[in-house]
Ligand binder design. Structure first.
Ligand code: ZN
Length: 176
């Protein structure tokens, strides 16, 4: 009788884990990878994808910021006041951009970092809106991320002013 009970218990435990697994996979899928064949957190090779193609894949908000250099409204972004430990990736292609260690609390209204992953970011002069600024782009997919200024804190004195929409955070606790 005892043996039967143990068998029954182990079967029900297995069933539980089978039910839970697809649920977790579904959540992961909803983050960004859904319908995005270019997304990878390990492949750093350059992408050449047309805006026409990106428009079919990205959400309207992400498309407007990443591909048309729009800016999210200040103090509205999900990572503006956010201090968990982990990594920040490009929301368009999955390329690694920042580590939470370099994030600092800024009053400007957008998530700010004092250092970027040099392999992840590229720069371009931006003279739009009557200002001289330096635009920050994802090195892999050329998507707009934000701008960089020289009024940041030590040790670099640099402030990467980013759009939350362009970023995707993966916490240390989520990594295997
Ligand atoms: Zn990218």
């Amino acid at each position: 009788m005892k043996t039967i009970l143990i068998i029954l218990m182990s079967i029900s435990l297995q069933m539980c884990s089978q039910v839970n697994k697809p649920e977790k996979e579904k959540q992961m899928e909803n983050i960004t990878t859904k319908n995005n064949p270019y997304y990878s957190r390990t492949d750093r090779s350059k992408l050449t994808v047309s805006n026409e193609e990106w428009k079919k894949i990205l959400s309207p908000d992400l498309y407007a910021i990443a591909r048309e250099a729009a800016t999210e409204r200040p103090f509205t972004g999900k990572y503006n006041q956010f201090d968990e430990l982990g990594e920040y990736y490009c929301a368009v292609c999955g390329n690694h951009l920042f580590r939470s260690d370099s994030k600092f609390s800024s009053t400007c209204g957008w998530p700010s970092f004092f250092e970027a992953d040099k392999e992840g970011t590229a720069y371009k002069r931006d003279s739009s809106h009557g200002m001289e600024r330096i635009e920050v782009l994802c090195k892999r997919c050329d998507s707009h991320l934000g701008h960089v200024f020289n009024d940041g804190p030590p040790p670099t004195g640099i402030r990467y002013c980013m759009n939350s929409v362009s970023l995707e955070f993966v916490g240390d606790s989520e990594k295997k």
